[in-house]
Design a protein. Structure first.
Length: 68
């Protein structure tokens, strides 16, 4: 199951700013829009991995993974 995320971007001065709507704290800035999108993708992947690690640690040792 693939999730869809929404990037909100804007140009301000010489910078592009962006946020992922669905995940608080995932925000980046870059000089170009393509750099911003790449940075948002990387940051989102890292945030999701950290959130998963935190969830598994909180549920350990005998959790059930219902999505896989």
């Amino acid at each position: 199951m693939a999730n869809t995320y929404t990037a909100v971007t804007k140009q301000e001065g010489g910078w592009w700013l962006g946020w992922i709507e669905e995940v608080p704290g995932v925000n980046c800035q870059a000089r170009t829009r393509p750099e911003l999108v790449a940075s948002l993708r990387t940051t989102l992947a890292e945030a999701l991995a950290l959130n998963r690690e935190d969830a598994l640690a909180a549920a350990a040792p005998d959790y059930t993974d219902m999505l896989n």
